[in-house]
Design a binder for this molecule. Sequence first.
Ligand code: FES
Length: 392
Amino acid sequence: MTDQTPPVADFQLVTRPGEDQRTEYGIPLAVLAELTHRCPLQCPYCSNPLELEAASKELTTAEWFKIMDELAEIGVLQIHFSGGEPSVRKDLVDLVRHATKVGLYSNLITSAVMLTRARMQELADAGLCHVQISVQGAEAALADRVGGFKNGHVKKLEAARWTREVGLPLTINAVMHRQNLHQLPQIIDMAVALDADRLEVANVQYYGWALKNRDALIPSFAQVEETNRIVAEAQDRLAGVLDIDYVVPDYYAQRPKQCMGGWGRQFFNISPAGKVLPCHAAESITGMEFDSVRGNKSIRWIWDNSEAFNKYRGTGWMPEPCKSCEFKEIDFGGCRCQAFALTGSAGNTDPACVKSDLHAAIFQQAATEAAEEQDRFTYRNFSGGALEAEEL
Ligand code: FES
């Protein structure tokens, strides 16, 4: 850990929604470690930035070990290994073993297409605590088309079974959009059949690659209403069998989501090259500087003091209508990345909020784009994207 005495941060006390006790902005319980931006899949809604970090810039094994030592020392309890595809890293088992050694709970967020039964066992033996596998649909033709990777769906199902065979808990992440929402009932059945503990039904959030592909992904309002019904029915029917988390699409919402639990409040992310980010999409906000673990500041100092974390922390930065809104300490003004993407300033009210002047316009824009049914994807890659081939 960097030898320095960080100034004591003067954070206000906040009450989390639904909790009586008051908590401080301490250090987050969990950190997202993006090991790489390399990935065999090319999902058109990838949460990575449009400008992907090259393999040559990635943090080394030794650097990640040092980061994990520091995370454990400052009180972080969980590390979520993500990417890109984290299993692209040859040192993944070593990283998991080190997390176990320093007492961090480890979760692997993976597309799973590169895993083998033997590697899954190695990961379990190294102390991995949980696996999250993303799915793109309920059947191979659509799922493989969305991910831009042949035979990916079959491999995912295989890896999901191995996860349970080696005794690890499993979450299925289903990213939903206009072109796969009709398969949601089968995805729910699939999660039950795979013996998953949890299913995340996450509607696409539109920044970065997803914003670039919004016209091909945005659902219609009728689809959203039907999805709400399907999820509510399944949550009821499968209580005690499968936990279902649901992320609604912002553009059709009334209230914005409490993104990341509030900026700089419950979460941080470490990018493949070591930038410490308030959220995984923060780099989509241009003009903002982010400190790096490769600099001379400790992670603790960055969390407490860096300009990027403090800029939208709490409620002091808020303009109207957020400033005088009764929900300001519940949703913290919504998503800064979405505010930037849709208004050009991350300091504006998230237009997902019905109190924003832009709310009606984005609702209408979503409905119009959905009705146009432009279905071709721009796949995510290192050269700025590749337009899906036209059907013959
Ligand atoms: Fe960055 Fe919402 S995704 S604040």
